[in-house]
Design a protein around this ligand. Structure first.
Ligand code: ZN
Ligand code: ZN
Length: 588
């Protein structure tokens, strides 16, 4: 807590210095303040999230506004400008790349530059490769993985007001000093990777929106499947459709649904099949045709949960009460239970905490269990596993992907984290297990499941296979048929009915304390400060972690009323021991 205070006052001091030097444009500074207000976060901390350390230390300090003395204030700009309507583009990778290329050239012809915001380094690199051909000296890329020296060199060229540029950048480099932005483009707008890591939790798409508004330039939201928020904007005609705008995709690939309820093994004594018949057929064909295949699982480890056969309760971690994951090793002595939340490890002599029974049944389909089952079926087939265990770093993940694609006739098994690295089509793509995700306390989980399956199906060239107990769920049904329009309209109805974004803004206030009653009363007191609105107080689903009890208060207010100055002021008055999130990814 102390450290955070220190770092935020540090950022504030820095902010003051920089304002004095006025390296950043007034449009950028105002957009940063708008973003801070939206997230009820301090200006200093928000600024620090939006300006990479390299820029702050090596460029902003030693440079001055290249256009100094020749600038218009935002009010001057406002007087002779109207804000263009926000627009959206939906299409596959190639269609979108074509759109970018055409649009960038249009901006150049008008003497304007284009800023393309990307959620991840992976997105940025793929995009750079697609659109920079023929425009090499005018397209620049920035992200946290590029070496400092190169960033500094490219930054100066990209900021040079003598020529127009297109810039592809992740969150911390959107502060590039230019006054000629003609368009701010949000690429892969539906991605789940837009929220900054750490506090405050800033949604960079929100910043892009503010930056476009402050520059009076176009905001264009692009993606294969756009976010539910953008679809609702298109529905209400607040957002204009551009060309291409596709709701349906039919790549003509064969789809096989393996209903795990219907295909349950008849004989009770027969072991449960992790790999259904359809999946097995495709794995065998991958091997014999020297092809490649990706299989998604919802969880890492072997058995994501274990229940007690005597009392029926799940086996929980003694320290943090979350479900334990069983890792089955090759040898019995390697078998162990791991808690993914707090990292505790237990041996397999573990007993049920409720009834002390040793009769525990491991359940669920984790990545490791799928990989082991494939090895059991076909020991000669190379199987790669990509999840948080095998690839704790990006470079490890990229290495696994490289090895996988250079081994014809191999299978990659991975969690959702793996999907971001698969950058080319596959012969087969499949879902071995996804059902456990439906129980995650996140209002957006259906959208996430829909998007994951939709993307995965698009990658397959021969066949897409899905194993599930919920083939008729809205997310799975529409993802398989490639119909974003029907999914989004059902999803948006649900969001409206239960007062979720994009119709309502959620404000989550959390507090943790060693004493449960202290945690509860602190949050209860906080919840009464929004008169006449009142936040709902509940014990966090996480409940108890590392000796702390967590309580939340959740407030829902109509999205049109946000940000509300009175509420922002109240939220900012809370001490930093309260954690505040606007539109949190989950309400647990
Ligand atoms: Zn029990
Ligand atoms: Zn634990």
């Amino acid at each position: 807590m102390k450290e955070e205070l220190k770092s935020s006052s540090f950022a504030l001091r820095r902010l003051g210095e920089i304002e004095g030097e006025s390296y950043f444009t007034p449009q950028f500074m105002n957009a940063a303040l708008d973003t801070a207000r939206f997230h009820a976060a301090s200006a200093g901390a928000t600024f620090k999230t939006l300006v990479g350390a390299v820029i702050l230390d090596s460029i902003a300090k030693s440079s001055q506004d290249p256009n100094r003395g020749n600038i218009k204030s935002p009010t001057e700009i406002a007087e002779n400008n109207t804000l263009p309507q926000i627009s959206a583009v939906a299409g596959n990778e190639d269609e979108i790349a074509t759109f970018y290329k055409t649009h960038i050239r249009e901006q150049f012809a008008k003497g304007r530059s284009a800023l393309i915001c990307v959620p991840t380094t992976e997105n940025g690199n793929a995009l750079f490769e697609k659109i920079s051909k023929g425009l090499e000296d005018k397209v620049f890329i920035f992200n946290g993985e590029i070496k400092k020296k190169e960033i500094i060199k490219n930054w100066r060229m990209a900021a040079d007001p003598k020529h127009t540029v297109a810039v592809i950048s992740t969150g911390a480099f959107l502060c590039l000093h230019r006054r000629d932005w003609g368009a701010v483009i949000v690429a892969d707008e539906g991605s789940t990777h837009w929220i900054s890591v750490g506090r405050p939790r800033i949604d960079f798409r929100q910043f892009a929106r503010c930056l476009a508004a402050r520059n009076f330039c176009e905001l264009i939201l692009c993606g294969f499947v756009l976010s539910a928020k953008t679809y609702s904007g298109v529905q209400s005609e607040e957002i204009a459709k551009r060309n291409p705008f596709r709701f349906r995709y039919q790549n003509g690939v064969a789809v096989e649904i393996w209903d795990m309820k219907k295909n349950k093994t008849q004989k009770k004594s027969a072991p449960f099949k992790v790999i259904g018949d359809e999946l097995e057929k495709s794995i065998r064909d991958t091997w014999s045709s020297k092809g490649n295949m990706f299989i998604l699982t919802a969880r890492k480890g072997s058995f994501p949960y274990t229940i007690c056969r005597d009392c029926g309760r799940p086996v929980l971690c003694g320290k943090c009460s979350s479900q334990l994951v069983l890792y089955s090793g090759v040898k019995e002595k390697d078998r162990r239970y791991v808690c993914h939340r707090c990292g505790s490890i237990y041996d397999t002599k573990l007993r049920c905490r409720t009834c002390n029974s040793w009769n525990l049944v491991p359940l669920g389909i984790g990545a490791l269990r799928v990989a082991e089952s494939i090895k059991g079926l076909m020991p000669e087939l190379p199987v790669f596993v990509l999840d948080a265990d095998t690839a704790p770093t990006k470079s490890k993940a990229r290495k696994i992907i490289k090895d996988f694609f250079s081994s014809p006739g191999s299978v990659l098994v991975g969690t959702k984290a793996a999907c971001a690295y698969i950058d080319r089509p596959l012969d087969y793509s499949a879902v071995a297990s996804i059902d456990s995700l439906f129980s995650i306390p996140n209002y957006g989980i259906n959208e996430e499941i829909f998007r994951t399956i939709f993307n995965l199906k698009e990658l397959a060239e021969k066949k897409f296979i899905i194993q599930t107990r919920n083939p008729d769920s809205v997310a799975i049904k529409h993802a398989i048929s490639g119909n974003a329009a029907d999914f989004m309209s059902e999803e948006l109805k649900f969001r409206k009915q239960f007062k979720y974004p994009p119709y309502f803004t959620l404000i989550k206030i959390s507090f943790k304390h060693k004493s449960e009653s202290a945690a509860k009363s602190a949050v209860e007191k906080a919840s009464t400060m929004f008169n006449p609105d009142r936040a709902v107080v509940y014990k966090s689903f996480i409940g108890y972690i590392k000796g702390f009890h967590i309580y939340n208060a959740l407030l829902k207010i109509p999205a049109v009323n946000w940000p509300d100055d009175r509420f922002v002021a109240i939220l900012k008055s809370f001490p930093p021991s309260f954690n505040i999130e606007i539109n949190p990814e989950n309400i647990a």
